[in-house]
Design a binder for this molecule. Structure first.
Ligand code: KG4
Ligand code: ZN
Length: 343
């Protein structure tokens, strides 16, 4: 049997993504972003994002199909992000996916955005070895998960008790006068900075849990900048960016390696928007090598939100013989990470 041809639709936040895969082979990945429309507000404005999805979705689907060299009629199944995410934004993707599925008579899978972030790595590095530990770090989530069978479900090991890692990047960027979203400009500024310039706190560093905390770090950066400005001194943006980034990468990689050790797992996959971070990737590579752990991180373009990741998870579900989601399923902005697809 040839691998299933799956069309994946992503609209949970500010990227409209449509991807086409055949099994674990990436055929096309069309993305339209409304990020520029949100930049002046310093965060994603849900209504603006929903409207942008409405305008971008069908053209993105056409671009993806044409780049993949396939027609809608050839698609075996459709997958769409059912949650978690912004309710109105999710609704646009779910409605479009339902319309395509109904018109074409194809099975439809409502999938979990977080599990899709993990699944996407297979498009680059082949089937995910199990068990694996997954470090999922995005704008809305930071979790460590045990993956025994991605299509069958994941086991949460720990997560952030306050801010997500990406959220910390976005907030610290704002403090430093850098644009939104904050990850890429901090990553860039940090290249010219000294990561040991400020010893920022590492929340929950060796507390024996797989949980994270980034809110204290963000506050520490804010207080440090305020103190500096109160003395009439300029803020060394590159040094603060590098020191902040070091604290985030240090705690994420330490906890990920510890989770692998605690569960006797020797494969770690890192995914989500923050996985695009250069320091996180480098430090993870270093620490995994020392610990004898095989590290998998998708290329940066596949770490941030895209449609290919949704298609990749859809292809896994089809291959595992999982039944499609019921036709009347709803988008669920709070879909828990344990629900890999909507059944
Ligand atoms: O996974 P994603 O695209 O969307 C969500 O599901 O949230 O992640 C977006 C987050 C943003 O907070 C952004 O600042 C962060 O990923 N990000 C990065 C980098 N690129 C994106 N954080 C650190 N370094 C980067 N290079
Ligand atoms: Zn995401």
């Amino acid at each position: 049997m040839t691998a299933p041809l799956v069309l994946g639709i992503e609209s949970s936040c500010d990227e409209t993504g449509v991807g086409v895969v055949r099994g674990h082979e990436l055929l096309a990945d069309a993305i339209a972003s409304s990020v520029d429309e949100h930049a002046r507000f310093g965060g994603v404005v849900p209504e603006v994002a929903s409207r942008a999805h409405l305008e971008a979705l069908v053209p993105a689907a056409h671009r993806a199909l044409s780049a993949a060299g396939v027609s809608l009629g050839q698609v075996d199944a459709i997958a769409v992000t059912a949650g978690p995410g912004l309710a109105g934004a999710l609704l646009v993707g779910v409605s479009a996916a339902k319309a395509y599925a109904l018109a074409l008579g194809k099975p439809l899978y409502g999938v979990n955005h977080l599990a899709a972030h993990i699944a996407v790595d297979q498009l680059e590095h082949g089937p995910l070895p199990v068990p694996s530990v997954a470090l999922l770090v995005s704008g809305g989530h930071s979790s460590l998960l045990l993956v025994r069978d991605l299509a069958g479900g994941v086991t949460p090991l720990g997560s952030t008790i306050d801010d997500a890692a990406g959220e910390a990047y976005d907030k610290v960027a704002r403090l430093l006068g850098l644009p939104f979203p904050g990850g890429p400009p901090i990553d860039k500024a940090a290249r010219d900075g000294d990561p040991a310039f400020v010893a920022f706190p590492r929340g929950k560093y060796r507390d024996g849990t797989a949980d994270f905390s980034f809110s204290g770090l963000k506050t520490a950066v804010a207080r440090w900048i305020e103190a500096r400005q109160a003395c009439g001194l300029a803020v060394p943006v590159a040094d603060v960016a590098a020191s902040f980034q070091e604290a985030v990468a240090d705690v994420l990689t330490r906890k990920a390696v510890d989770a692998c050790r605690a569960h006797g797992v020797d494969h770690l996959v890192i995914s989500g928007g923050v996985a695009a971070n250069s320091r996180l990737r480098a430090l993870a590579a270093l620490r995994c090598e020392k610990a004898g752990i095989r590290l998998r991180v998708p290329r940066p373009g596949l770490c941030t939100d895209n449609g290919a990741m949704v298609a990749a998870l859809g292809a896994d579900l089809v291959a595992a013989g999982v039944p499609p989601s019921p036709a009347g399923f709803a988008a669920d902005s709070g879909l828990p990470v344990t629900r890999v697809h909507v059944s």
